[in-house]
Ligand binder design. Sequence first.
Ligand SMILES: C[S@@+](CC[C@H](N)C(=O)[O-])C[C@H]1O[C@@H](n2cnc3c(N)ncnc32)[C@H](O)[C@@H]1O
Length: 295
Amino acid sequence: MTTAAALTGRWSRELAAAGIAEAVLESELLYCELTGHRRAERFLWRQEEPAAETIARGEAMLVRRCRREPLYYIFGHAPFRNLELEVSPAVLIPRPETELLVDFLLRHTPEHGRILDVGTGSGAIALSALDERPDLTGLALDISPDALAVAGRNAERLQMTGRLTLRHSDLLSAVLPEERFDFIAANLPYVSETAYAGLEPEVRCYEPKLALTAPEEGMALMRRLLTEAGRYLNPGCWLLLELDGAQAAPMAAALAECGHYREIITLRDYAGIDRLVGGRTPRAGEAGKQEKFGL
Ligand SMILES: C[S@@+](CC[C@H](N)C(=O)[O-])C[C@H]1O[C@@H](n2cnc3c(N)ncnc32)[C@H](O)[C@@H]1O
């Protein structure tokens, strides 16, 4: 006989030996995934006796995690804002930093607006925005048909297929000439080939490279997008890009130089790193002169 405390204790030691930093947290998340318990209530379940099937399924998951397969691919779902999204190796596991992009979107998209999510992956940005703002509708694009299939299943499960259109597209190639949006969000691949070689095995060996890397020090796709995006934005509306800290200054400069945007902002993440850069199209009657504002 063993207790949940002893079992998760052993799992955490095995995870730590495999080089996993948050071994205690992950051992408890694993146990909660198997039992349906809440981690916050661990003082209630620590002394229970786990069923044999729970132990067997947990051991199998542990082996995969010790090979550095990401926890959320093993589970098949990942949390993002208020949602639990299906994930698979066809999509990037949504990151907490991207939740900040959604915060800005929610605050700066007008009522009954239409949003565009470029490189939607699991659908994290578009689906969470529509979940938190029932007045919004949107279009989500991705170049990967496999990623679109995952996003489609997420939209269906969340009953959002009526409000979110998914389209296969190389950046904005599938956007119709007459379509206009009230916010364009993009978490496109932004890792350089050099940086990619130094990433954790969880990312390098399991997450899709198509979702991670881009030429020109990671900035090629963002550069293309910012020049193409301006014509699809309504007046006074934002394009917001997630990026790496070192890319913030060159991308803010590119936004200022391309001529479509009136106000340029840079926003930091929880770690104080420049993570988001955006530009707003001129409002009706506002001078087209370019100015740069840092936040
Ligand atoms: C960093 S992932 C972001 C996924 C999701 N938006 C998120 O934040 O979790 C980038 C996504 O962009 C897609 N992508 C890569 N190149 C693209 C392109 N040229 N046009 C459209 N999507 C692209 C990838 O397939 C991937 O799903």
